[in-house]
Design a binder for this molecule. Structure first.
Ligand code: AMP
Length: 214
């Protein structure tokens, strides 16, 4: 099962992807996570991407396609995968078709998580991540017990540079211009399913399972 989780930043793609990983045993391919790992490791790719990511822009299609193609060729993707944060532009989606068809594959489902803009700004600007173990928190919705420190390992919680409010607004504008048109693209190919991305996490999970098992 080859799946794309689609939606604006903060729609909950990462959270839902983790659930699908556990439930269906498919690997999650998050271009944002891969790029952040490259930035942290200070690889040439990471150094190229960092300034653009911090400003909330999109890194070049060429660069992202390189890392996604390499990842899709790994043996754990043979029975399927979950793309999270990719594709983000029409040229990326076109290139994905080519890469997959070269492997005799195609996309089975695109699940679009629908969340309105005010909710996204609130979600992203309150999001915090443990600097050591990566556990996620939210200052209002899911606070840690000790303010600023991880419940699991006690390390400091950090805010992603691109989760600051002005950058979030820019990321949303980029989403509207470059990524939102992909909805029509996938609607036309008959694979798009839209569900609401607000409300109880379990209810969103239930709807995703119904789509994937339906
Ligand atoms: P995310 O964690 O998915 O919100 O991604 C964080 C940042 O990584 C984005 O704001 C972009 O700068 C970059 N990025 C992630 N995925 C892509 C992509 N498919 N195309 C271009 N840039 C991306």
């Amino acid at each position: 099962m080859n799946l794309i989780l689609f939606g604006p930043p903060g729609a909950g793609k990462g959270t839902q992807a983790q659930y699908i990983v556990e439930r269906f045993g498919l690997p999650q391919i998050s271009t944002g996570d891969m790029l952040r790992a490259a930035v942290k490791a200070q690889t040439p790719l990471g150094l190229k991407a960092k300034t653009i990511m911090d400003a909330g822009g999109l890194v070049s299609d060429e660069l992202v396609l390189g890392i996604v193609s390499e990842r899709l060729a790994q043996p754990d993707c043979v029975n399927g995968f979950i793309l999270d944060g990719f594709p983000r532009t029409i040229p990326q989606a076109d290139a994905l078709v080519d890469v997959l068809s070269g492997m005799g594959k195609s996309i089975d489902h695109v699940i679009s998580l629908e969340v309105d803009t005010d909710e996204i700004v609130q979600r992203l600007s309150g999001r915090r991540t443990c600097s050591a173990c990566g556990k996620g928190y939210h200052v209002v919705n899911a606070p840690s017990r000790a303010d600023g420190f991880c419940d699991v390992c006690g390390s400091a919680l950090l805010q992603r540079d691109d989760d600051r409010e002005d950058t979030v607004k820019h990321r949303l504008a980029v989403y509207d211009q470059q990524t939102a048109p992909l909805k029509k693209y996938y609607e036309q190919s008959g694979v798009l399913r839209s569900i609401t991305g607000t409300g109880a996490v379990e209810e969103i999970q239930r709807q995703i399972v119904a789509i994937l098992e339906g």
